[in-house]
Ligand binder design. Structure first.
Ligand code: AMP
Ligand code: GLY
Length: 424
């Protein structure tokens, strides 16, 4: 088979690494890819939103299966474009990707189908939103309706902050049209868990759990980022929690999308908060998580191409998803200054240390080979270092050990990825 992966971050590197292990795959392409992905796939310089060029390429190369990684092309109808061109593609159509691309849609869906989530109100007018926060209980959470790189969520402790937040999102348009409409939501407390699942329209098969670390600094301080590290499984995601979620969240969400005429095929990523009152949905994503994928896929036993095909064919009920009884930790190596200003083009060394070492992986997020043939940084998040271990503590020790094998100027990482493990 010939396979094309669309995307160019750490998530797509992990997907490419996993797809490349399938004995069915004879040729793997990635658009646009990055310097790490180029070690396992042939990278082609086509942007993720250029559907014409992507489908033309896929037809020319007779691609048998395309996997769309990021949220933006999914929300804009990449899957529809591939299907219209008669190409086999993995991911939700535009009508279904709305599960992630509109928070107002997903909140209304949960309300209609009794899926546990925080209480909320939706506003199209800043005046009404301001009047609402004037009397609401604090803290309160404001969310831009549309996609905002995971950054359109404001947690406001005081009324002043909440009013300022409404202005930032709806009037100053810090996240553009994503803030034309906002969801104002009850503040919840508890542990966060990410649960990724494969969905074929009716059946949902849940992967092992993971936890992300979204803030830039140790102790969950500083700005929100795309994710600074992950571990899997989450020790807080117990069998009991899992049973509750399967019955009250996972299957009901898939059924609800079907009932709405928005059959979902692809990945649903359930962002959950384990509150004192039970698990609640924080958000749905219509794609693999980044950097959750970097700890989940290294633990997966199945041939992922079989699972992708089962989702497309509607035969996921026949698949037994299996994960190793081990653990994984991913520590993101970023460029100092991320998520604000940071330098690019800094030479990276030490990757050879990972060669022939089982259970240690580097997934590239922002790297490239410069005109001198040197591997250099090319983004805020540069590399994700994943290590396996027989348990979470061992995996964490291994991952931090491996971070020392890599060097680049301004290398920055959190030192407390997986600290929560000690509290379990
Ligand atoms: P989201 O993109 O909706 O997952 O929100 C980003 C982050 O904001 C989440 O991972 C949580 O840490 C936090 N968050 C979102 N909604 C709430 C809420 N209702 N209560 C408390 N924290 C929240
Ligand atoms: N790690 C969170 C996300 O992928 O949205």
């Amino acid at each position: 088979m010939k396979v094309l992966i669309v995307g160019g971050g750490g998530r797509e590197h992990a997907i490419a690494w996993k797809v490349a292990q399938s004995p069915k795959v004879e040729k793997l392409y990635c658009a646009p890819g990055n310097a790490g992905i180029a070690r396992t796939a042939e990278c082609v310089d086509i942007g993720v939103m250029d559907f014409d060029a992507l489908t033309t390429f896929a037809k020319e190369k007779e691609i048998d299966l395309t996997i769309i990684g990021p949220d933006d092309p999914l929300a804009a109808g990449a899957v529809d474009a591939f299907e219209a061109a008669g190409l086999k593609v993995f991911g939700p159509r535009k009508r279904a990707a709305i599960l992630e691309s509109s928070k107002a849609f997903s909140k209304d869906l949960m309300k209609k189908y009794n899926i546990p989530t925080a209480a909320y109100e939706t506003f199209d007018s800043p005046r009404k939103a301001l009047a609402y926060v004037e009397t609401a209980d604090m803290p309160i959470v404001l969310k831009a309706d549309g996609l905002a790189l995971g950054k359109g969520v404001l947690i406001c402790n005081t009324r002043e902050e909440a009013k300022e937040g409404v202005r930032t999102l709806m009037m100053d348009k810090q996240f553009g049209s994503a803030g034309d409409r906002i969801v104002v939501e009850e503040f919840m407390t508890g542990r966060e868990v990410s649960v990724l699942s494969f969905v074929d329209g009716k059946t949902v098969k849940v992967m092992t759990s993971a936890q992300d670390h979204k803030r830039a600094g140790d102790g969950d301080t500083g700005l929100n980022t795309g994710g600074m590290g992950t571990f899997s499984p989450s020790p807080f995601y117990t069998r009991e929690v899992d049973e509750f979620c399967r019955k009250n969240i996972f299957q009901p969400a898939v059924d609800a999308m079907r009932a709405e005429g928005r059959e979902f095929k692809g990945i649903i990523f359930f962002g959950l908060m384990l509150t004192p009152k039970g698990p609640r949905v924080l958000e749905f994503n219509a794609r693999f998580g980044d950097p959750e994928t970097q700890v989940v896929l290294p633990r997966m036993k199945n041939d992922i191409v079989d699972v992708f095909e089962a989702c497309i064919d509607g035969t996921l009920d026949k698949v037994d998803l299996e994960f190793e009884d081990n653990a994984a930790v991913c520590v993101v190596l970023a460029s100092k200054g991320y998520p604000e200003r940071y330098d690019k083009g800094l030479p990276i060394s030490g990757l050879d240390n990972f060669k022939d070492r089982d259970g240690y992986y580097v997934f590239h997020a922002g790297s490239k080979v410069n005109t001198k043939g040197q591997l250099v940084t090319n983004g805020g998040r540069v590399l994700g270092v994943t290590a396996l271990g027989e348990d979470l503590k061992t995996a964490r020790t291994n991952a931090y050990k491996a971070t020392e094998w890599i060097h680049f100027d301004n290398k920055y990482m959190r030192h407390d990825i997986g600290k929560a493990i000690d509290e379990a």
